[in-house]
Design a protein around this ligand. Structure first.
Ligand code: KG4
Ligand code: ZN
Length: 344
């Protein structure tokens, strides 16, 4: 069974081919145009998707050495995301599916991230705890079995990746902020400044977190106040200060993510933790969570960085569970659903 998967929910246009759940190819076209604006401009994103979707799909087929006629189903992200961006992928997938007379499988973008660890050879066991940390979401989920999800908590304000992007902007480091903060943090002192960690109270006996909710806007505000106090001006050459702020900020975010994820693994007595979303590419997070998981006899699974950020391979693997295992399909009434919630 050959499946073509398409992802166009934000600013990456991506296509992948999977054969019986095994990845054959993935092509990702990133839109660099947004970097000049410090964030994704929806209208520019949908126009760029229009221009590249056909060549991106063609390249994914060519790399997989699979012809259009050999594709048996098409999976596509239908939300959450930007309406104009989603429309491009969905329209393409509908046209492809109806021309070929094959099923179309609508996939929730977050469920793509959720199952992305299954793209690697070493896979988590069910049940597992999933931590999804991206530019738009921070979610802790208990995955009891395929497509049985319990949302334990999410962010009340900024997403983890959004906090990285906003702090990078304050420091004048450009967009997206995650990769550059990740690099500078590795050269700075994480104890140089103390930034707040929200909702960190825990049960005094078990040590398990009282809440699985997150809040990151306080950290960002605290960085802003520090910069004002230090009369920081962007590009003034104080590289040590920037490295120390990055390291201290990143340490605060990681502390919270690790504490809550480990608490969830303990509370539900699971041995596998799967991390996904753009922030899962963060080297500090990978190291801290791997070692904290080891301490409780659990294992943390991180997809390679290419599969952490938005890509169609993860949409394909989620569709493999959804359609391959459960036969769940959509039809040509599939609509872009910008605020789509996780399914349970
Ligand atoms: O999952 P993703 O590609 O797109 C969304 O669905 O949001 O995540 C993008 C986010 C951005 O906020 C970016 O700054 C962050 O992931 N990111 C990182 C790293 N690489 C990307 N954050 C921390 N460390 C990184 N190495
Ligand atoms: Zn994403």
């Amino acid at each position: 069974m050959n499946l073509l998967a398409i992802e166009s929910s934000c600013d990456e246009c991506s296509a992948a081919v999977l054969a019986d759940g095994a990845l054959k190819s993935v092509v990702i076209s990133s839109q660099l145009i947004h970097n000049e604006y410090g964030g994704v401009v929806p209208e520019l994103a949908s126009r760029a998707h229009m221009e590249v979707i056909v060549p991106v799909v063609e390249e994914s087929l060519r790399k997989a050495a699979v012809s259009k006629e050999e594709i048996d189903s098409v999976a596509v992200t239908y939300g959450p995301g930007l309406a104009g961006s989603l429309i491009v992928g969905i329209s393409f997938a509908k046209a492809f599916a109806s021309a070929r007379g094959i099923p179309i499988v609508g996939v929730n973008h977050m469920e793509g991230h959720l199952y992305s660890a299954f793209l690697e050879d070493e896979k988590p066991d069910f049940p597992f705890i999933a931590l999804i940390v991206s530019g738009g979401h921070t979610m802790l989920i208990h995955v009891k079995e395929p497509y049985s999800h319990e949302l334990l908590g999410q962010t009340r304000d900024d997403a983890a990746g959004e906090a990285f992007d906003k702090v990078a902007k304050l420091l004048g480091l450009g967009y997206p902020g995650g990769p550059v903060i990740d690099k500078l943090a590795s050269e700075g002192d994480p104890k140089a400044f103390k930034f707040p960690r929200a909702f960190m109270s825990k049960n005094p006996e078990s040590g398990i977190a009282d809440s699985f909710e997150f809040s990151f806007s306080g950290i960002k505000t605290s960085v802003l106040y520090l910069l004002r106090e230090l009369k920081y001006s962007q590009g003034n050459g104080d590289e040590k200060l920037v490295r120390d702020i990055c390291a201290s900020f990143q340490a605060a975010v990681i502390d919270v993510l690790v504490a809550k994820t480990i608490s969830a693994a303990r509370q539900f007595d699971v041995r596998s933790i799967a991390v996904a979303g753009g922030v899962a590419a963060n080297r500090g997070l990978r190291e801290s969570l791997r070692s904290a998981a080891g301490e409780i006899g659990a294992k943390a699974f991180f997809p390679r960085p290419l599969y952490c950020t938005d890509n169609a391979a993860m949409i394909g693997i989620a569709a493999h569970f959804k359609y391959g295992k459960f036969g769940m399909v959509s039809d040509l009434t599939l609509k872009p659903t910008p605020n789509l919630a996780l399914s349970f």
